[in-house]
Design a protein around this ligand. Structure first.
Ligand code: GTP
Ligand code: MG
Length: 149
């Protein structure tokens, strides 16, 4: 099964949205493998957003993601990366469809509530950047036989 790295960003924490966000992924059928409150270090933030290093907004992006606690998570499921990206919605809140997390809760691209990995390679790198291997739990999801054919 595919794993993805999801993170409620500092604005999502301050606005009290952890429960709402976790509930959506639980109800969908994804399996939570790891989750923790943490403050992202500057070094971790730069590794996490390495692809945006040369962009003009890089400095403000790093300040935003390190500005307060985040809730870092690893979720697992069939096509978990594509599924969670579609549940998160487009980067720009004006383009994020109603019903998606950003479509329902975000007003601005630079305060868009949640991060989700965009590929298997990013997921692997992002998980390793935020979690030790022993923080990821492997267990049977008893509903799996009702979620998957
Ligand atoms: P993440 O899940 O956070 O990676 O968002 P994303 O995959 O939808 O977008 P992307 O990886 O392209 O950009 C990462 C983050 O940088 C976005 O979530 C925004 O917070 C921020 N960002 C992206 N583009 C812009 C921009 O043009 N201006 C500003 N201010 N922020 C941007
Ligand atoms: Mg991204």
């Amino acid at each position: 099964m595919e794993k993805t790295f999801l993170m409620v960003k500092p604005d999502g924490i301050q606005r009290g949205l952890i429960g709402e966000i976790v509930t959506r992924f639980e109800k969908k059928g994804l399996k939570l493998c790891a989750g923790k409150m943490m403050v992202v270090s500057e070094e971790q933030a730069k590794t996490h957003y390495i692809e945006h290093e040369s962009k003009p907004f890089f400095g403000s992006l790093i300040r935003y993601i390190t500005s307060g606690p985040v809730f870092a998570m690893v979720w697992e499921g069939k096509d978990a990366i594509a599924l969670t990206r579609s549940m998160i919605g487009a980067t720009k809140p004006t383009e994020a469809a109603p019903g998606t997390i950003r479509g329902d809760y975000a007003m601005e691209m630079s305060r868009n509530i949640i991060h989700g990995s965009d590929s298997a390679e990013s997921a692997e790198r992002e998980i390793a950047n935020m979690f030790d291997a022993d923080e990821l739990l492997s267990y049977e999801q008893v509903t799996a036989k009702w979620l998957y054919e």
